[in-house]
Design a protein around this ligand. Structure first.
Ligand SMILES: CC(C)(COP(=O)([O-])OP(=O)([O-])OC[C@H]1O[C@@H](n2cnc3c(N)ncnc32)[C@H](O)[C@@H]1OP(=O)([O-])[O-])[C@@H](O)C(=O)NCCC(=O)NCCSC(=O)C[C@@](C)(O)CC(=O)[O-]
Length: 309
């Protein structure tokens, strides 16, 4: 690996706060608040906002208002609105709600697959086959998320080979993009580079993304390590919202404001209005009754004396 190669000139940031960020919140968040959050993020110029999740409301109650949210948002031309879909029931709901991109979600760990979607990895791929075909028939974009690519809360170690194996299966389903996810935020930079290098052998580098949680404070370092490898798509969550209902103790995704601050400093183009994201982060944190987790967002809000945009 030649680490002296230049960093990418631009990256795509996928904002996952309205879905990954909010799904684990214990208090019920109204559809109006979610809609306002998605609209603010759209205005910031994200090319992709993960806005909803059509999963069982018994499993993830917070996402039960997904149809309402999709119906209420103001769609910005140039933004794709994505939703998680575990099966055909979810697909039908996502289609009716007018999502632009369907996200099927598998795991690199058998134990996590069972806890998260109540089936083995092989069973999940079989279920996703119907969803993938239906997405293609309806000309919807198809993304594959791969959880526990760097470690699992139930089985511990996850090998780069098991990541590559599921990446290959998601590619065979026709995924347009694949997310390599550190669900519990345990990865460190060299480990990230090893796994990303292995994933690149199975899927085009320009359609692979890094999805990092910040549980151990490594997310920005892991993004930098992925930039060195040449990855150009990253997921982030405004105000550092989040956690996973099936990964106890896992904290939020890397905060979008922190990623934007780092990209700005590195001279890497994102096409996103930083100030609007800071306001959105302060808005949702105020709604949740707590301070944003984003260091950069809080620093900027404090500096300009902003309360809530
Ligand atoms: C996959 C299932 C549905 C299997 O759940 P199951 O219980 O095995 O499924 P089932 O087919 O037996 O259905 C059970 C009940 O759920 C209903 N049902 C079934 N499907 C749906 C649906 N789509 N929408 C609405 N309802 C649904 C179905 O109709 C039935 O209702 P009942 O007859 O009992 O009244 C369930 O395990 C589930 O919904 N799990 C949710 C998992 C989840 O959302 N996890 C969090 C997201 S993943 C994540 O955050 C990781 C990621 C992507 O961010 C990357 C990372 O960081 O790792």
């Amino acid at each position: 690996m030649n680490l002296a190669q230049p960093l990418p000139a631009s990256v795509k940031i996928i904002e996952v706060g309205p879905r990954d960020g909010l799904q684990n919140e214990p208090q019920t968040i109204s559809a109006e608040t979610k809609i306002e959050l998605v609209n603010r993020l759209s205005q910031a110029g994200f090319a992709n906002v993960e806005a909803a999740s059509f999963v069982s409301p018994k499993w993830v109650p917070q996402m039960a208002t997904s149809s309402e949210v999709m119906a209420g948002i103001t769609r910005r031309p140039g933004t794709l609105y994505s939703a998680l879909v575990p099966n055909m029931k979810g697909f039908e709901a996502a289609l009716a709600a007018g999502v632009d991109e369907v996200v099927i979600f598998a795991a690199a760990s058998e134990a996590f697959s069972q806890k998260n979607i109540n089936c083995s990895i092989a069973e999940s791929i079989a279920r996703f086959r119907d969803v993938a075909q239906a997405a293609k028939q309806h000309n919807l974009r198809l993304r594959g998320a791969l959880s526990c690519a760097f470690g699992c809360p139930y089985q511990g170690e996850v090998t780069a080979d098991s990541v590559a194996d599921v990446v290959r299966q998601l590619r065979e389903l026709g995924c347009d993009e694949i997310d390599i996810a550190d669900t519990i935020g345990v990865a460190t930079p060299r480990h990230v580079q090893t796994v990303m290098q292995r994933a690149i052998e199975e899927f085009p580098i320009d359609r692979l993304s890094g999805h990092f949680h910040d549980t151990y404070g490594q997310a920005l370092a892991n993004i930098y390590a992925s930039l060195e490898v040449g990855i150009t798509i990253y997921h982030a969550s405004v105000a550092g919202l989040g956690g996973c209902p099936y990964a106890k103790g896992a904290t939020g995704n890397v905060a979008t404001e922190d990623v934007l601050y780092m990209m700005q400093g590195l001279g890497i183009e994102t096409g996103i209005d930083f100030d609007i994201v800071v306001d959105a982060g302060q808005f949702i944190s105020e709604q949740l009754g707590r301070k944003a987790v984003s260091r950069a967002g809080n620093a900027i809000a404090a500096k300009r004396g902003a309360s809530c945009g």
